[in-house]
Design a protein around this ligand. Sequence first.
Ligand code: NAD
Length: 246
Amino acid sequence: AGRLTGRVAIVTGAASGIGEASARRLAAEGARVVCVDVSEQVQALSLELGDSSVAEIADVADDTQVDLFVRSALDRWSRIDILVNNAGIDGQLALLADGHQENYQRVMDVNLRSCWSTMKAVLPSMVAEGSGSIINMSSVGALIGFENLSVYSAAKAGMLGLTRGAALEYGAHGIRINAICPGGVLTPLAESFMDEGTYKAWADKHALKRFARPEEIAAVVSFLASDEASFITGSSLVVDGGMTAI
Ligand code: NAD
């Protein structure tokens, strides 16, 4: 039995990268996991994880779809102990003045609105249980600037605001709400804006001179979800290989 035995977790963006690694890790620690993704690939992961897992194909930017997968998790397992808000996109890489309006809206909706709508949907059941752990996947982009990623950075910084405010509002109910700010992580998202040549330049921005493996972020997700993090709330854990120390 692992430290999350009996817990029910929802992980968004579970078909790839950090979300997939997190779903695998939470399941390995004994949790039942609802794997949410807009991509049908999430079904393969859920099948692999077996009976203690279910796949939900949904767009987290759509409040109605969010309410549906939360409702279906509650119908199936009667409780939600852990929410990992991980689905995210970097969007169009562009200088601020060159950015498109639709890109602004989509990046805000997928990264920030979803953080609000999923928390709004799960909190009543967590209040009823008197416990819960919510983990919002922000980014070092919330803390330092990156060229061509200003809208992404704004959405990720917004997640820290939601995290702090909600942590204050729900702490008295035994619910902990935290964010993680990863540095570079080797996932399809990171690879999408990096050819092999630019990897080294980006790796060199970290004290450790490399990117993280998704499992290194999943380990922190699992820690924050567990009772070992029982006194941590309203915080953002910087898991960036020293990127913001440079
Ligand atoms: P990824 O692209 O490998 O995986 C993201 C997953 O989210 C994909 O499976 C995708 O289908 C899903 N997704 C995208 N939009 C969705 C939507 N509207 N509804 C449901 N699912 C959706 O990305 P990743 O690198 O694993 O990133 C995961 C999170 O970590 C993101 O929020 C990202 O901003 C954040 N992050 C990543 C890095 C990095 O370097 N990779 C660094 C800091 C923060």
